[in-house]
Design a protein around this ligand. Structure first.
Ligand code: HEM
Length: 440
C-alpha cells in the first residue's frame, strides 16, 4: 500500500535525511560524508572523525572510525545488530510497526541474519555456515577457476583485437553472480534478472534514500521475494544437490525446519550478499592495480602475493564501508557514555586506515605484513559468512584476469557506483590487449 510505503520511507530515510542535511550544513563530518555522495574520497572525513575522539556525535547517530573501538563494539554484548523499531521514540515506533510489510522483509529487516541476535541468530547462521567454511570453499575453488576461465575465454573470443570493454559488466559482476547461483541452485538463466534486482536493492542499504529510489528498491525486493518463495517451494518438492535445497530440507524430520519467511530472507541475503559485494572487491582491486603499476610488477615477480593483495584491497578500498550497532543497555566505550537504544555508525573503511594499526595507512602496498588485520568483513558474531568465498573469488578472479591479458590497461575514466555503503565501480573501461593462450 502506497501510504504504508511512504511511512516506511519516512521512518527509515526521511527523518534521517533531515538530520543529515542539517548536520552537513553545520559542517558535521558524518553529515558531509552522507551528503557527499559516492564520488567523494571518504578517507579525509574518516581521518577527521578518528582524530576527534573514540566515539563522536554524528548527524543522526554516534560514529566511530577507530579500529580498536569498532572491534570492541562488534564483539560486545552491550550492543545489538541493526536498529529495532523499539529503539525509536515511542510514537515513531508505533507508526513504524503499523507500516511494516511482513511479507516483504529486506536485508536489514528481521528475520535477516544481519539484524537478529542471540539464539535465533545462531540457529539460522548454523544452517548455512557449514557451506562456507574455508574447507568447503576450497572445494568450490575449481568452479571459480572454471567460471573465470570461461568468462575470460569469451572476452578473448569476442574481442580478438584486444579491444575496449567494460570490466565490471563483462567480468567483475559475472564471476560472483554465477558462483553464488551455482552454490544456491539458482538457474543461470536468472543471472540478468538477479543483477537488476541486486542493483536496486544495493541502494536500499544507504541511509537517507530519496523516496523514488526507495520505491524502486521495495519493488525489486518484492519481486525477488516472490520469486524466492516460489523457488524454495519448488526445492521442497524437488530438492537438488545445492545449499538451498539442504537448508530447505534441514529439520524437516524433527519439525525444526525454517519458516517460509525465514527461508526466503536467508536465501535472499546470501544470494545478494554473494554478488553485490564481491563485484566491488574485483573492480576495486583492478583499478588499484591500474593506478599502482609498480604493485602489479611485484605480483608478477611473486604470484604468491596475490592472496595478500586481496587483503590489501579489502583494507585500502573496502567494498562495505560501514555498518551499525545499537546499545542494548547503558554502557561506556573508551570512557564515552552511550545510552540504551543509541545507534553507533561503525566506519569499517575508516578502521582500515587507522594509523594505530597500519603504518602509512594511505599507501597501497601488496606486501603489507598485517593487511589481514582489516575489518572489511566485520568482526564478532556477524563476521561475514562468505569471507572465505569472497577471498578466493577475489584472488582467482584478479590473478587470472591479469595473467590472461598481460597488457590490460584502463581506457578512460571509471565511474563509481552510486551507493555509499557498498563501495565499488559501476563502470571500468579497459583496453584488453592481446590474450595469452588459456592454461591447459
Ligand atoms: C568482498 C566481499 C564481501 C564483503 C566485503 C562482505 C562484508 C560483510 C560484512 C561487513 C558483514 C557484516 C556486517 C555487520 O557486521 O553488520 C557481512 C555479513 C554477511 N555476509 Fe558478507 N561480504 C562479502 C562477501 C560475501 C559473500 C560472497 C557472501 C555469501 C556467500 C556473504 C554473505 C554474508 C552473510 C550471510 C552475512 C551475514 C552474517 C551474519 O549476520 O551473521 N558475504 N559481510
Amino acid at each position: 500500500m502506497a501510504v504504508k510505503s511512504a511511512v516506511r520511507w519516512g521512518v527509515r530515510h526521511g527523518l534521517a535525511q533531515v538530520a543529515i542535511k542539517k548536520g552537513a550544513k553545520r559542517g558535521d563530518a558524518h553529515g558531509r560524508l552522507v551528503t557527499g555522495g559516492s564520488g567523494i574520497d571518504p578517507h579525509p572525513i574518516y581521518d577527521e572523525m578518528r582524530a576527534k575522539g573514540p566515539v563522536v556525535m554524528g548527524a543522526f547517530a554516534m560514529v566511530t572510525a577507530r579500529h580498536g573501538v569498532i572491534s570492541e563494539i562488534l564483539k560486545s554484548d552491550d550492543f545489538g545488530a541493526g536498529l529495532p523499531l523499539e529503539a525509536l521514540p515511542r510514537p515513531l515506533a508505533a507508526i513504524g510497526k503499523w507500516a511494516r510489510d511482513p511479507r516483504n522483509p529486506g536485508p536489514v529487516d528481521p528475520p535477516s541474519l544481519l539484524v537478529i541476535d542471540g539464539v535465533d541468530h545462531m540457529r539460522l547462521r548454523k544452517l548455512v555456515s557449514r557451506a562456507f567454511t574455508a574447507r568447503a570453499v576450497e572445494a568450490i575453488g575449481t568452479d571459480i577457476e572454471t567460471v573465470a576461465s570461461e568468462l575470460l575465454d569469451r572476452l578473448a573470443r569476442e574481442h580478438p583485437g584486444g579491444g575496449r570493454v567494460d570490466l565490471v559488466t563483462e567480468y567483475a559482476h559475472l564471476l560472483p553472480v554465477q558462483i553464488i547461483a551455482k552454490i544456491l541452485g539458482v538457474p543461470l538463466a536468472m543471472q540478468d534478472q538477479l543483477l537488476a534486482w541486486g542493483d536496486d536493492l544495493a541502494a536500499s542499504l544507504d541511509i537517507g534514500l530519496p523516496y523514488r529510489q526507495f520505491r524502486r528498491s521495495e519493488k525489486a525486493l518484492s519481486e525477488l521475494n516472490d520469486w524466492l518463495r516460489e523457488h524454495c517451494a519448488q526445492l521442497r518438492r524437488n530438492p537438488g544437490d545445492d545449499l538451498l535445497s539442504r537448508v530447505v530440507l534441514a529439520g524437516q524430520d524433527d519439525g525444526t525446519e525454517l519458516r517460509d519467511q525465514e527461508l526466503t530472507a536467508l536465501a535472499g541475503l546470501v544470494l545478494a550478499a554473494g554478488f553485490e559485494t564481491t563485484v566491488n572487491l574485483i573492480g576495486n582491486g583492478a583499478v588499484l592495480l591500474f593506478e599502482h603499476p609498480e604493485q602489479l610488477e611485484i605480483l608478477r615477480a611473486d604470484p604468491s602475493l596475490w592472496r595478500n593483495a586481496v587483503e590489501e584491497t579489502l583494507r585500502f578500498d573496502s567494498p562495505v564501508q560501514n555498518t551499525a550497532r545499537h546499545a542494548v543497555r547503558d554502557t561506556t566505550v573508551e570512557g564515552v557514555p552511550i545510552s540504551r537504544h543509541v545507534l553507533v555508525a561503525l566506519m569499517l573503511a575508516g578502521a582500515n586506515r587507522d594509523p594505530a594499526v597500519f603504518t602509512d595507512p594511505h599507501t597501497f602496498d601488496v606486501t603489507r605484513a598485517n593487511a589481514k588485520d582489516h575489518l572489511a568483513f566485520s568482526a564478532g558474531p556477524h563476521y561475514c559468512l562468505g569471507a572465505a568465498l569472497a577471498r578466493m573469488e577475489g584472488e582467482i578472479g584478479l590473478r587470472k584476469l591479469f595473467d590472461r591479458f598481460p597488457d590490460l590497461a584502463a581506457d578512460g575514466p571509471a565511474r563509481r557506483r552510486p551507493t555509499r555503503l557498498l563501495h565499488g565501480w559501476a563502470s571500468v573501461p579497459v583496453r584488453l590487449g592481446s590474450a595469452v593462450a588459456a592454461a591447459a
